[in-house]
Design a protein around this ligand. Structure first.
Ligand SMILES: [Zn+2]
Length: 148
């Protein structure tokens, strides 16, 4: 898979070949006015679940502009929202999505994540080591070779 250019579709499990073919959907909790459940789909082909009431092009979350969008989703900042309020229902779920669209090698490494856990691959690494791009790249090299 091409790093930060291809993703695994959360509906069909097939590779989304380019950013323009991807689509992002998520939900909003009307009661708490917070967002949750981020999914990456094949545009048009797999995005037919009406329970997701927000959507955006996958391209909107990529690169520097995408980073700005993701940070604004966490907090719009003092100028636009003088009083801080939580906008994300579950920051861990949001960060999973954030890593998928911004952290080099993370999306492909996810394919081998459970195998790596089962092998205690992460046992000697701390919480930062686990997500460092060079370590994700090494994980892909190791487990990608095993699966072919
Ligand atoms: Zn799909």
């Amino acid at each position: 898979m091409e790093c930060l250019k291809q993703w695994v579709c959360d509906v069909c499990g097939q590779v989304i070949g380019s950013p323009k073919d991807g689509y992002v959907v998520w939900k909003k909790d009307g009661l708490n006015n917070t967002h949750f459940a981020y999914r990456i789909y094949h545009k048009v082909i797999c995005d037919n679940d009406d329970s997701f009431n927000y959507s955006s092009s996958l391209e909107d979350f990529l690169g520097e502009a995408g980073l700005a969008k993701l940070l604004t989703m966490i907090d719009a900042g003092k100028m636009h929202q003088p009083l801080y309020r939580e906008q994300i229902s579950n920051i861990r779920d949001f960060l999973e999505f954030f890593r998928r669209v911004q952290l080099p090698y993370y999306e492909e490494a996810r394919l081998y994540w459970q195998d790596a856990i089962d092998d205690d691959y992460f046992a000697d690494g701390n919480e930062l080591w686990t997500y460092l791009p060079q370590n994700l790249k090494a994980l892909i090299k190791l487990y990608g070779a095993k699966s072919t």
